[in-house]
Design a protein around this ligand. Sequence first.
Ligand code: SF4
Length: 334
Amino acid sequence: MMNLEPLFQALISEPAFRLKQAQHFIFHELGSDWSQATTLPPALRQRLSIDFPLDIDHKLYRSKDGRSIKALITLSDHAQIETVLMSHGGRQSLCVSTQVGCALGCLFCATGRLGFKRQLTPWEIVQQVLLWQRYLKDQGEKVTNVIFMGMGEPLLNYDHLLEAIRFMRSDDGFGLGSRRFSISTIGIIDKILKLANDEPEINLAVSLHATTDAVRAELIPFHENYTLAELRRALVDYLKLTKRKIMVEYIMIDDVNDSLDDARRLAKWLRGIICVVNLISYNDTGVYAPTPPAQIKAFKTELETLGLEVTQRYKLGDDIAAACGQLAGHDANS
Ligand code: SF4
């Protein structure tokens, strides 16, 4: 059970069914104002609005094409996190943050430049999904997929993340099935294997971004801790345990990781690994340049010729500073 401690405290002297009613109001009716929780007595509603307020302090930024919206949420300690809603092909997919900032300092990532501030609590992780559930309710829609690919390295906040997912999966939460969740990691090997044992039905995405140890260590300083060969072994072990297709994320950066030789090395590295490769246009965060579209196409064709399944993530609007950490970074610096 997730730690909704302030809610439990507020209801401690009430009969047990009040907690169920309160949770139903929050996670099923998606109410944001206790005064509308008509199943609860007025005095209790008033107390809850003080002890466990439901408003989520946030600002929305819409992309010009209208397909993605980013929310910048301000938490109770004034820390800021980002979460994005992407609507495409009838799916309502969320990108959700797990930490304030990030310790890993990947060179292509705006969040990495913020440094690590703190872990998000399970409730702060759930709140991001709650925000979008409320937003989508007005349009007769619901969240269909959640990927933990926002600010932070999800597997370095493993316990809180799993607590949040287990709650969102439960009937007390949103009742979202395990397969609707994906965890995107830079490759924390021991936690990948732990996840395979603990929750084999949750999807795994690995941010690979390079085909040699030298380039990967340049882009992802954390890569110094292990080699591509060790990461590959972890993925093979993960597959033995889960039999679930892995998503391999690959950011296309001009003249860094986007040559046809890279494509061939990538195909070789992935031989025998059940996966889909997702090519992502680099969102310019000022350090590198994005690969030109023609080169992305050639890279994709090469991978496909070598037998890989490849998708291309449509680019989130630059107009909402879609690379994670850019809004929070901007607000923090302004
Ligand atoms: S890419 Fe992920 S792991 Fe790397 S700095 Fe950004 S948030 Fe952290």
